[in-house]
Design a protein around this ligand. Structure first.
Ligand code: T3D
Length: 266
């Protein structure tokens, strides 16, 4: 299997501020089109953030005017993997890592998100968009099938018919439509996007992380479970939450009429 090629210019920039780890896709000249180095490094950085106690929230964003233009089409010819192998080696672990991470992952969509870049944009637990951002299910332009989770995310957000239309015509969805369709939670002005994302992420970082991790797990399971299964899982996870110090802190703070401090360790 191929490994990330050594490069002087990091394909992923990493910075941590106030418990927020920001991972920036850094191939701005190609609208952050993804090569293997970018995909494998991003996955490794997400896993590292998951293990790092200093990190409470992860933000994935792009450098320059694009978020991610999907697969780097210059990197496909001569590849020593089939499409199936390549997806299983690169994109699928990335999307699984985001959805499985015990910490909230925000996708901060600063510009165009196309192809697998659109899937990446949709994979965040919370999706924040800049006003000039857009999403294109561009795969059919090059006669490919939507991948990296787009066929799972999109119909759940917009329904089968609109998902099919977006995929069949590869039409650009702008920020206002994305908000209306439920492809993002908030749209911020381009000029202040970075600050707004950091402010939002810090607000989330002050929330009870253990409870949010369990919430993420419960919601994801519920997407493919029956009501009975969801009720059983809630009962099981509520025990884990109720036994955790965060719960005691929340109740104590409520009784004392003060704000809870979920950042302190047990
Ligand atoms: O391989 C597998 O395992 C299968 C997995 C597939 C996953 C996929 O993501 S398939 C879909 C691949 N992505 C695309 O087909 C998107 C191609 N790009 C575009 O359609 C357009 O660039 C955009 C709509 C995204 C943006 O258009 P625009 O007009 O704002 O920018 P531009 O001028 O087209 O692009 C700017 C530069 O980025 C340009 O380079 P240059 O001419 O300035 O040197 C362009 O070539 C480059 N670029 C954009 N997208 C890609 C790319 N270079 C390589 N790969 C790209 N995907």
């Amino acid at each position: 299997m191929t490994q990330p090629a050594p490069s002087s210019d990091p394909v992923i920039l990493s910075r941590t501020q106030a418990g927020v780890r920001t991972l920036t896709l850094n191939r701005p000249d190609k609208l952050n089109a993804a090569n293997d180095a970018l995909l494998l490094t991003l996955t490794a950085e997400l896993q590292a953030a998951g293990q790092d106690p200093a990190v409470r929230v992860v933000v994935v964003t792009g450098a320059g005017r694009g978020f991610c233009a999907g697969q780097d089409l210059g990197d496909v010819a001569g590849r020593d993997m089939t499409f199936t192998e390549h997806l299983q080696h690169t994109y699928n672990p990335l999307i699984r890592t985001i959805r499985g991470l015990d910490k909230p992952v925000l996708t901060a969509v600063n510009g165009v998100a196309a192809g697998a870049g659109a899937s990446l944009a949709l994979a965040g637990d919370i999706r924040l968009w800049a006003r000039s951002a857009s999403l294109i299910e561009v795969f059919s332009n090059i006669a490919l099938v939507p991948d990296s989770g787009s066929t799972w995310f999109l119909p759940r957000l917009v329904g089968y018919h609109r998902a099919f239309e977006l995929m069949a015509l590869a039409e650009k969805v702008g920020a206002e439509d994305a908000l209306r369709l439920g492809l993002c939670e908030h749209v911020f002005p381009d000029e202040t996007f970075g600050e707004e994302v950091q402010r939002y992420a810090e607000r989330l970082a002050a929330r009870p992380l253990h409870a949010l991790a369990l919430t993420k797990r419960a919601l994801q399971a519920a997407l493919s479970s029956t009501l009975d299964q969801a009720l059983d899982l809630e009962a099981e996870l509520q025990q884990l939450a109720g036994d955790h110090w965060e719960h005691e802190e929340g109740v104590t703070a409520f009784r004392a009429r003060r704000a809870p401090d979920f950042r302190r360790e047990g």
